[in-house]
Design a protein around this ligand. Sequence first.
Ligand SMILES: Cc1cc2nc3c(=O)[nH]c(=O)nc-3n(C[C@H](O)[C@H](O)[C@H](O)COP(=O)(O)OP(=O)(O)OC[C@H]3O[C@@H](n4cnc5c(N)ncnc54)[C@H](O)[C@@H]3O)c2cc1C
Length: 405
Amino acid sequence: MSDLRSDVIILGAGLVGCALAVALAQGGVTSILVDPADPAAIRDAGFDGRASAISSASWRMFGATGVATRFAGHANPIARIEVGDGGARGLLAFQPDLEKDGPLGLMVENRHLRLGLREAAEAADGVTLLMPAAPAAIERDAHGVTVTLADGRTLRAALLIGAEGRRSPTRERAGIPVARWEYRHRAIIGMLDHEAAHGDVAHELFYPAGPFALLPMAGGRRSALVWTVAEADAPAMLSLTPRAFLAEAEKRMGGMLGHLSLAAPLSSYPLGFHHAGRIVDQRLALVGDAAHGVHPIAGQGLNLGFRDAAALAEVLVDGVRLGLDPGDAQLLARYGRWRSLDTFLVALATDGFTRLFGIPGRAAHRVRSLGLGVVERVEPLKAFFMAEARGESGELPKLLRGEAL
Ligand SMILES: Cc1cc2nc3c(=O)[nH]c(=O)nc-3n(C[C@H](O)[C@H](O)[C@H](O)COP(=O)(O)OP(=O)(O)OC[C@H]3O[C@@H](n4cnc5c(N)ncnc54)[C@H](O)[C@@H]3O)c2cc1C
């Protein structure tokens, strides 16, 4: 069996793994991208029914790496976010100056993102995509990395990157500790067609059982639903007839978008938190959900992964231009320092937010209303939250500033 060589091996051709391979290729760093999933499965409508809120900083990275055009036609801007608690609407609204600052982010269905990023990786010079291909053995030592695939092929590189999602076998094998807890909540995901136009507005409505979010999708009369329910209630919710389910959804929405219908089958995801104790090891770096996973309440999980990809690509490209080995311990330490604090702070804030907004009862409702009211009135606080939504806090990697590597 033949040997393949490259600067890095990326395990996981998900959204973050592909975005990283494309960014590295732009800076002349070669990669082999390995994923055991069937590449054809991505085209099934039911493969990943989710949609993601892409922050404007992540979108700038898509522009700088030339992939934005692959799914721009499927993107819808988020021009305003309205927040309510239970029946109380309009407690807080985030509305940027669109002319000056652009939208808060863009909504895109995951299947369009997956296909666009995968095709961009496949087309990039210096990326070898092996899919389906399963890693059977991995060796890392002071001199390099060797991955033996189940079909016997051997891959060699200077650095291994784990981008295999929340259950990352590479992270486990490296013995990296993970802080992890479950929220005992499930996100019910659906796509709703509605009579009234959404006007590019996203709604976050907080109910004691969990948040209910509607996110504006392309076409003007379709919104992505992310409805968080207690784990124990999810089977009953999912077994409702479409009519009964939509009646429940309409109750939460108070008729604001008119008559509803389901545009795609419902699906559900367990919700938890995890954070790796470190994101680098000897000739190893972790990115995306392999490194951290947060509640989707603030739409930050994937954006954190794109920030990892942008930061790691910048560190490696700079290092290789200086003549360093991509697995150099000092380069990896720089990536570790750059990303650890940012991901930890976002994880902490999202977890606190999830708990505060999940507490039932009138007293908790009053505290939340007070907090939302304060943010509504204090302009610097509002500006801070808008910067977070845009993914513009902290030290931004070049790609997230829209600059090429
Ligand atoms: C309900 C819900 C809604 C969300 N909404 C948002 C949102 O609006 N905005 C946002 O920013 N984030 C959101 N997120 C989070 C986001 O979906 C994840 O952060 C993101 O999918 C992580 O991408 P990833 O590439 O790291 O991992 P994944 O997408 O999990 O990809 C991992 C890849 O690794 C492959 N793999 C697995 N094992 C191996 C192996 N042994 N070797 C090689 N490859 C392997 C898999 O086949 C897969 O292709 C949401 C999450 C949930 C649950």
